[in-house]
Design a protein around this ligand. Structure first.
Ligand code: F6R
Length: 579
């Protein structure tokens, strides 16, 4: 996920662009850049945050320009990969949010036709395509170039000698703000609100030109009328996309993140060596460890390969002598324990694979291969969308190894999550917010989901929560059960359903208030649960995702009820770079 901005008006463009990029920085912050139209196209771009080293950009001349803040997906974060990108002649500049899926073949064709590339990005192909089609009118060049692009894009481009910005949108948000003598465009409303409340949402397939005070839109080659909408939100509200907290926003982004991740992965080649491995060891911490546990259950069941999962901080000092494939899972790519564990694995000459969200992070230089999750920046300390994206990568791997065993299930995951996002948690929150201790129980792949639910609950609500394999509760924790210790049970159709029901009833018999997540229409569960949270009909993979989302919402709303500092829980850090 990246942020883009455009301005065409009567004031100096550069300060407006820089200011806008600062507001979009939550969408990506590994590099940034702007381009303006002076006597020629002027570009300033740089690796790092906008707050650092921006002085040189503010002085760029001109009253029309475009800008970008990047979260790397193709090409490491550095100066040359930062946007805007320019064509071979330096007369067209472009910024892009999204992914060009066929960039590889386009790049080969463009290189063969003599174009010189100066970055490793997918975006750069677009500006060279425009260059080929440009004969004095950038809009016409867009009309010819766009049909060659497959994928998602929100694009803004400028050309020397033209005071317009040309915009295009496909599967990636782009909103235009209209003021008296200026027009703005951006990935979302955050940077626009201080200038105008009048906005136009461009739609898929739209091409538009922006010039001071004027927006013209075409779709499918014909002029299109897009209504101007009035936005009443405050700047602070919009920054979080209308959500109260980043965590809530990130929970709601999950269906989109999941689809993007799966779509991207399905085009990627997984090294054949990895697909042939006969055994796998996983190393990870916290939420990433739970994602690894889900992989273990499903890979063993569907691929028939033994999978071992190790807590990374233990593996470093007490490594299992292994020559298996070792997979390090880490959202940040910087977790010290996971890096150390992967180095340890290399010392044993095991092949290594990193699963991470951060392009160019340390783990990508430590492992032999990397699979990216593409969840975009996660601002809230508690991992939510990165967990879903980790599951997407790992289950895609199971699907690839098992030659399509999970394809159908994965195709239904999105719908399952979308429905759960609409669930009410009120009655469950009533029970949880009064408790000092909560148990989360599940079996099989729902055991790690229970662990993850308990982790989310404890880290943001500060209520002591324990995740257990349901069968283990009888082996000690039973001593703690009482009407003051609610339990959350994950009980879905499958082999363990009857024993799971028994386990929950045993708890109920000790007075435990039960919150049960099960499949909709399960009247038995509905009858004995104190609170029943129904998930849409589906298979176990879809229920894993649905239940995860439900438990994230439960933790979130409980913490809100208790007035906790949701996005920055006490004592925690987003990236744990020390042992
Ligand atoms: C929990 C959480 C942590 C991280 C853990 C590993 O919400 O965020 O448990 O999952 O610190 O972080 P990464 O995945 O960056 O290695």
């Amino acid at each position: 996920m990246c942020g883009i901005i455009g301005y065409s008006g009567i004031s100096s463009a550069a300060p407006v662009l820089i200011d806008g990029l600062k507001k979009l920085e939550y969408r990506g912050y590994d590099s940034f850049g702007i381009a303006t139209i002076g006597d020629r196209i002027e570009v300033f771009k740089k690796q790092g945050r906008i707050s650092t080293g921006v002085a040189g950009a503010r002085t760029l001349p001109g009253t029309t320009g475009i800008g970008h803040t990047r979260w790397a997906t193709h090409g490491v974060p550095d100066d040359k990969n930062a946007h805007p990108h320019v064509d071979c002649t330096g007369t067209i500049a472009i910024v892009h949010n999204g992914i060009i899926e066929n960039y590889h073949e386009l790049r080969k064709q463009l290189v063969a036709r003599g174009h010189r590339f100066s970055s490793d990005t997918d975006t750069e192909v677009i500006v060279h395509l425009l260059e080929e089609e440009y004969h004095g009118d950038l809009l016409e060049a867009f009309k010819c170039a766009i049909p060659h692009l497959h994928g998602s894009y929100a694009l803004l481009a400028i050309a020397e000698g033209d005071e317009r910005i040309v915009a295009a949108r496909q599967n990636s948000p782009l909103v235009v703000g209209i003021a008296d003598q200026a027009v703005y465009a951006a990935s979302d409303m955050t940077p626009l609100l201080q200038y105008t409340q009048n906005v136009v949402y461009l739609q898929d397939g739209d091409l538009a030109t922006l010039s001071p005070g004027q927006l013209l839109v075409w779709n499918n080659g014909v002029p299109a009328c897009r209504p101007i909408e009035k936005i009443e939100w405050t700047v602070e509200q919009v920054k979080k996309g209308g959500f109260a907290h980043y965590m809530q926003k990130e929970i709601f982004e999950q269906p989109e993140v999941f689809s993007d991740t799966i779509r991207t992965l399905r085009r990627e080649e997984i090294p054949s060596r990895i697909l042939r491995e006969k055994a796998v060891t996983l190393v990870a911490c916290g939420t990433s460890y739970h994602a690894g546990m889900v992989f273990k259950y499903l890979a063993e069941e569907r691929c028939g390969i033994p999978v071992r999962i190790e807590i990374a901080s233990e593996f470093k000092y007490y490594p299992s002598p292994t020559r298996d494939l070792v997979i390090g899972i880490t959202q940040s790519g910087e977790t010290a324990d996971t890096l150390a564990a992967l180095k340890q694995a290399r010392a044993y000459q095991s092949p290594t694979l990193a699963v991470t969200n951060v392009l160019g992070s340390t783990i990508t230089r430590t492992a032999d291969h990397t699979l990216y999750m593409g969840a975009g920046p996660e601002i809230s300390v508690a991992a939510t969308k990165s967990f879903i994206a980790e599951l997407a990568v790992l289950l895609h791997l199971v699907d690839a190894i098992s030659r399509g065993e999970l394809t159908k299930s994965l195709d239904g995951v999105n719908r399952a999550m979308e429905q759960v996002l609409l669930s009410s948690m009120d009655r469950a929150v009533d029970l949880c917010s009064e408790a000092a201790h909560i148990f989360f129980v599940g079996r099989g792949p729902f055991y790690p989901v229970a662990l993850e639910g308990a982790l989310k609950m404890k880290e943001i609500s500060y209520i002591h929560a324990e995740g257990y394999a349901a069968g283990e509760i009888k082996h000690g924790p039973f001593a703690l059960l009482s009407p003051r210790t609610p339990a959350v049970g994950l009980c879905f159709p499958g082999e363990t359903y009857p024993v799971m029901v028994s386990n929950l009833k045993e708890m109920k018999a000790r007075g435990v208030p039960l919150i049960v997540l099960g499949q909709e229409g399960d009247l038995d569960l509905e009858e004995f649960a104190d609170v029943f949270i129904p998930l849409p009909e589906g298979d176990s993979v879809q229920h894993i995702f649905g239940a995860t989302v439900a438990l994230q919402l439960l933790a979130y709303h409980t913490a809100v009820r208790l007035k906790r500092e949701i996005d920055t829980p006490r004592n925690l850090a987003k990236s744990v770079t020390v042992e």
